[in-house]
Design a protein around this ligand. Sequence first.
Ligand code: NI
Length: 182
Amino acid sequence: MSIHKVLRMGDTRLLRVAEPVTAFDTPELQQLIEDMFETMKAYDGAGLAAPQIGINQRILIYGVDKNPRYPDAETVPMTVLINPEITILSEEMDMDWEGCLSLPGMRGIVSRYTHIRYSGYDEKGNELEREAKGFHARVVQHETDHLDGILYPQRITDMRQFGFLEELNGKQITQRQPCDNV
Ligand code: NI
């Protein structure tokens, strides 16, 4: 296993539309998924998309475990999601802070759909389908954007609510989630 460097905003490889995965249950895919999990852990992230380590394929991992320091935080099951498709189940949207491993130290307020259904495959090629709300739905929308070359600043409508976490802390931001780097 190895930890990869996470690309940062400005690297044009983050702007590409990623290719669907066509071969499942291969040693190469298994290795890539393991490397992604190790990289996400090393960077203390809640999610990682393959394009963030320079792999132009439609592969996501994400998950947030229960954290005793944030007992009210929503959890998200640890998931491998390949070739994702999202269906919006409610037009309702919610504004909240997001961070991204490709913009270290920064946070911005982004509007996301509150209730979605998503489907895709795991690394073995098993189908996966889930409904998600709230933070879970937000993470999946953020990660899926990475596969279409979209970073969260492109979704910010009020650029005054975008900045360095160190400056935002104690002013307007409240840490609702243990790790919002996705
Ligand atoms: Ni991200």
